[in-house]
Design a protein around this ligand. Sequence first.
Ligand code: NAD
Ligand code: ZN
Length: 362
Amino acid sequence: EHKIVRVELSERSYDIEIGAEIISKAPEFFAARTKISHAILITDDQVRPLYGEPIARACAAAGMRTTLLSVPAGETSKSITMADRLWNESLDAGADRKSVVIAVGGGVVGDLGGFIAASFARGLAFFQVPTTLLAQVDSSVGGKVGINLPSAKNMVGAFWQPQGVLIDVDVLQTLPEREYRAGLAEVVKYGVILDPEFFAFLENNVEAINRRDQNALTHVIARSCQLKADVVQADERETTGLRAVLNYGHTFCHAFEATCGYGELLHGEAVSIGMLCASRLAELLERIPAEVTERQLKLLTALGLPTTPPKVDIDQVMAAMQRDKKVEHGRLQFVLPTTLGHVELVGDVPANLAKRAINDGD
Ligand code: NAD
Ligand code: ZN
């Protein structure tokens, strides 16, 4: 089973193709969309032997001049040091304005590879082959690429849309359990913020999702990409505020990430906990019945995600939340559900209620 999600942007459109056993079709997929004289594949050391090298061999066999570049796996590679290395290695490999960048890996490789594509020779054509669930349902859709500064994540970058995104659900078979589950948190998020039927599909297919069934995954990823694409299409450059719905659970999430020390909690794990805090906050504000939170708690638990706040100093969490960029003039702002499948931006939330929403999660 194959699915194609078409992303319609103001300047141009592109396809996200999702299915099983499609990595072998990669060169065909690229060549159908751009003339490729030189393919620069960017990957990380962990993904390189699994998918980077096979795709590079397939591209070479299809007659493309092919360069395979790799960075160490992990968030620290989203740096100016690695960008500098990749710019120079690309140049040494004979890259010019007609070269095409293909990012093969998780969100780190997608963001970094996309940044290289956006900046080298004032911009190269770009493809994504996301290999983590998080990259497949979230970071490869929306056109945001970039690197981190030592004290600020994603501070330097661009909007740079790909020519196409190729998603092979089979690559998820090698993904570590924790990484897989972390990606599912963003999937649940799409159901809560935009699509009650999709949420019900997830509830009814927990077992298939947990065993990484190909057909279940194809549907889950295609629907997630479609939902994110709908939001992105309405707010391509994050100027109208419509993209804010995607931040459901993320104000709490960022505060937990900041106080836990990065790495202790995976992003998706913090999203899972953060969504439940936001939902409890909506209950405290009498915006939703308890059932909306209970369904999320049940689903997230069934998918193996953590649901209780980490054991950290609550005052530090609150301080981190006050520093978050979504806080305006010291007032707390949250994306909160109004019902399952819809959220609203709520301003002027008393800090003590946010604190209670965290404490009630213990
Ligand atoms: P990641 O890229 O670090 O991948 C996680 C780990 O899994 C890495 O060690 C990687 O080598 C390994 N891996 C990847 N695919 C694998 C596979 N198929 N089999 C085995 N191992 C595999 O992390 P991530 O969670 O994919 O991405 C996180 C990044 O995404 C963050 O930097 C975040 O800022 C970014 N992000 C960007 C956007 C956006 O809109 N651009 C959105 C969300 C997140
Ligand atoms: Zn997220």
